[in-house]
Design a protein around this ligand. Sequence first.
Ligand SMILES: *Cc1c(COP(=O)(O)O)cnc(C)c1O
Length: 379
Amino acid sequence: MKGRFGIYGGQYVPETLMSPLAELESAWAEARADPDYVAEMERHRRDFIGRPTPLYFAERLSELHGNRIHLKREDLCHTGAHKVNNALGQALLAVRMGKRRVIAETGAGQHGVAVATLSARFGLDCTVYMGREDMRRQAVNVQRMGLLGAEVREVTAGTMTLKDATSEAIRDWVTNVRTTHYIIGSAVGPHPYPEMVRDLQRVIGDEARAQYLAAEGRLPEVVVACVGGGSNAIGIFTAFLGDEDVRLLGVEAGGSGIAGGRHAASLAAGRPGVLHGALSYLLQDADGQVLPTHSVSAGLDYPGVGPEHSFLRDAERAEYLPVEDADAVAALRLCTKLEGILPALEPAHALHVAGTLPGRVLVCLSGRGDKDLDNLAPD
Ligand SMILES: *Cc1c(COP(=O)(O)O)cnc(C)c1O
């Protein structure tokens, strides 16, 4: 069925959004088949984002763990995370669709910064929704968005984090859909967003697979990525889906432990439900109310997950496991000390798992950790 991954995905939206979603679907289909759109994206990927990003052999981490770890360096993308790959594709699409206003939700602020950056570059009017709690945790990114000319709207509903910011952004879109394109920040939301975001992020895996083959002469045994909404993970996994011998491992936020309920591990501890327009694994109580989440990393602090991950989990093509806050922080410190690379707290969850695996491991280093310094205890 269109827009489904097995039973997951779909378009669970108010009637007023059905025709805008159809318009978006056909605009995206036309754009990606248009050599001009593709060439323009290629040019900005190279000259503005700095692609291809390097594949890096983490020699000292590998020596310590007795395995062979490579990092795909999305932290070196302009603005410091993989989010900009998606923001670029969708900003170019907004321009093409004649929409001069874009809106976005943001958690850690990396998606907000990426959208504000592309808006500055293309002269678009930009509004970013962000929970009050995240504005507190990620003050530097709030300042960056201001400098870039975006308006940051504080969201005080619910837990004042990513879920609530997303709900506000959808509300804005419903009201202003004629003039406004909603640049969703992960592989979530109603069809066609999960597919479109995946296809804009698969550049990570396409590059990494070719780079890995060139460097090592064979494929990795395991590919590891952190999963918030799931865009960097699906971006790197997609290139390896057909390689049956390559294990795909998604790492969710285990917070302060699954048992205590303070976490954001939708695939480990949730069950299927509808959030933000799609059916997917969701952290919910017995009545179907969405549960509050917790993670040390704002970017993983989301009760849902992209529908394709739910499908890959049920199909047992990918495995998902939680990593707790303290282990992620320790992995961040270790990577910084041994490799001279300060990762964001989100991919630090994946780095912890990489340290426990034997053999050839490829990690998606989705972003850099400058934004997280205020959340680390001083050395
Ligand atoms: C936002 C973010 C994530 C989580 O989002 P996904 O859509 O799951 O990739 C992971 N890493 C970084 C650095 C982020 O900024």
